[in-house]
Design a protein around this ligand. Structure first.
Ligand SMILES: Cc1ncc(C[n+]2csc(CCOP(=O)(O)OP(=O)(O)O)c2C)c(N)n1
Ligand SMILES: [Mg+2]
Length: 274
């Protein structure tokens, strides 16, 4: 069985490496989903790196599309494209734009970036697969700031009514949005209670505990309801000085100061796991 903690560390290392070498990118929210992405690609999702559009695959819609880098890291580690290609992020002509794009990147299932829209598309995908009697799962990852979008609430209401038990939404509850704490902008309250009330199976887990995320997904899969998993996370997780502080959303130039030491420490941690 894959070591999911190791995979999450690798995702963090590759994410920090590509973004710092490029000199710009969404660091905070990419780091907070590394563990969830590791569980999806390291264990839960059926996928074939040699055939990204394989019709037996499970689908992931990264609705918080600005965190594409964490997903690109996982896709490269899995072998969808060469790892060296990660260093082309956001370059002219790259297959890796800062926000996820299904027409450019092998392994990306939906183009996202306009917050709220991805999860809506994911629901449509789940409904389509259900209508065709197919067993594929559809996963969506949304942000807590994103959950302020009205479109998210249409999905929250409709999914249980459509009986899409092949649908799991994970909320990256990192408690921060672009430049503020979410509670200081428009608090979401108890998202699990709300989801449950609409008819979801709702679970609250430590979003940095791969085993807990994995167990929650298993529970959702064996339920007749769509699954909602609130991932309790820390924005910037893995870069200690940047964790849960304002200004950790996107970094440019000098904001990456000290990143080499952070990457070196993560590499040491990884080596200690081998
Ligand atoms: C519809 C829309 N409005 C605004 C933005 C600009 N934007 C990009 S990221 C972001 C903050 C999102 O916060 P959250 O969903 O909590 O993401 P995370 O904390 O994971 O970075 C905003 C406002 C956008 N991409 N789409
Ligand atoms: Mg957030």
């Amino acid at each position: 069985m894959r070591n999911l903690k190791k995979l999450a560390l690798e995702i963090r290392i590759e994410t920090l490496n590509m973004l710092s070498k490029h000199g710009f990118g969404h660091v905070g929210g990419s780091l907070s989903i590394a563990d969830a992405i590791a569980v999806l690609y390291g264990k839960q999702m059926k996928h074939d790196p040699g055939n990204p559009r394989w019709d037996g695959r499970d689908y992931l819609v990264l609705s918080k599309g600005h965190c594409g880098p964490a997903l690109y890291a996982a896709l490269a580690i899995e072998g969808f494209f060469p790892r060296e290609e990660l260093l082309t992020i956001n370059h002219l002509g790259t297959r890796l734009p800062s926000h996820a794009d299904k027409n450019l990147t092998p392994g990306i299932d939906m183009t996202t970036g306009s917050l709220g829209q991805g999860v809506s598309c994911a629901l449509g995908m789940a409904m389509g697969l259900k209508l065709q009697g197919k067993p594929n799962m559809v996963y969506a990852i949304i942000g807590d700031g994103e959950a302020q979008e009205g479109q998210v609430w249409e999905t929250m209401m409709i999914a249980p009514n459509k009986g899409v038990k092949n649908f799991i939404v994970m909320l990256d509850d990192n408690k921060q949005q672009l430049d503020e704490f979410t509670d200081n902008i428009s608090s979401l309250g108890d998202m699990c209670r709300k989801a449950e009330d609409f008819g979801w199976l709702a679970l609250d887990v430590d979003g940095h505990d791969a085993d807990a995320i994995d167990a929650a997904i298993d529970k959702c899969k064996s339920s007749d309801k769509p699954g909602f998993i609130n991932l309790n996370t820390i924005k910037g997780k893995g870069w200690p000085e940047k964790e849960a502080v304002l200004g950790n959303h996107a970094f440019r130039g000098a904001a990456f100061g000290g990143v080499d030491e952070v990457i070196a420490n993560l590499r040491k941690e990884l080596a200690a796991m081998q």
